[in-house]
Design a protein around this ligand. Sequence first.
Ligand code: EPU
Length: 331
Amino acid sequence: MLIRENISLLPYNTFRMDAKAKIFAEYSSVEELRALLEQYKGDPLLHIGAGSNLLFTKDFDGVILHSAMRRARCVSEDADYVWIEAENGLVLDELIAQLCDMGISGLENLSYIPGEVGASAVQNVGAYGVEAKDVIESVRAVSIADGTERIFSNAECQYGYRDSIFKNELRGKYIITHVVYRLNKHFEPKLNYGDLSSEVGSDPTPMSVREAVIRIRQQKLPEVSELGSAGSFFKNPIVPREVYEAISAQYEKVPHYEQEGGIKIPAAWLIEQCGWKGKMMGGAQCYEKQPLVLVNRNNATPEDIVNLAAAICKDVQDKFGITISPEVNYI
Ligand code: EPU
């Protein structure tokens, strides 16, 4: 167990905000996590993963928890599937690289997403037509109130687009410690999204899909090691059909995807139409290659990012009557 006091959170968030935390505590087992929960009962707690989906807007006057549990093991298999249980602190992309190496598929479209296993199951990360929920069998979690363990089935996690029960009614109540994925021994590539199929080419393997996804991501998205960001800053809005039709009467070729409950219009397109692509506010920038991403271009303060996000939301609202909301968590 590692406990540090009054530390800078700079290394713990991909936006590279220099906020401070009163306590930073890292545990290496569920028993250590329980001991920390007991020790800091009543204090404000924030469990972080790789810090790739949050924005520290101020210092955190409480305890930041982080997992140093990073193992994965096979818990079951049959002729078609293998069930892998991964610990919450394992970097998701490291797990995916190993699985692709072994020819085990299901997670390859999520390659190169920055983040750890636990947070990716809270957030239901997604990319290139696959979401974490498609392969999550169950998650194991510890209650913050009393340290008891509970297993949630996939259905009990109430997954939605970048959403789960852990972001809603159980927010701040449980810490996911383990995720069980049901993965395929027989490869069924999912290549319907955008230009993935042409990038992969013929005879796809889990590894060739992984490599194609990485190439596409590297072309469009900033490397968090080089330029601070938290990936997509906003969620793509799902709007009623009438709203989409009104917009498509005014604009040629509005990109859109049919969804349950409406039409998804890429927020990137809406933001670009408002003229924000590449624009800066203070040290924050609307990324020039993918306007859904806000980047820390030049020593941005939290206010710079918050102000830029608010200005973009306002313009999208004024121009299209559509509310876009952040996918990033403001702390
Ligand atoms: N577009 C523009 N201008 C641009 C870029 C994109 O108009 O400069 C439009 C195009 O019509 C394009 C469409 O936006 O076809 C979609 O763009 P893209 O395929 O890059 O995906 P996205 O909807 O912007 C989502 C996820 C990403 C994920 C990609 C690929 C969300 C919030 N974001 O972005 O996830 O990698 O799809 O599946 O759903 C993340 O969550 O951090 C993230 C990067």
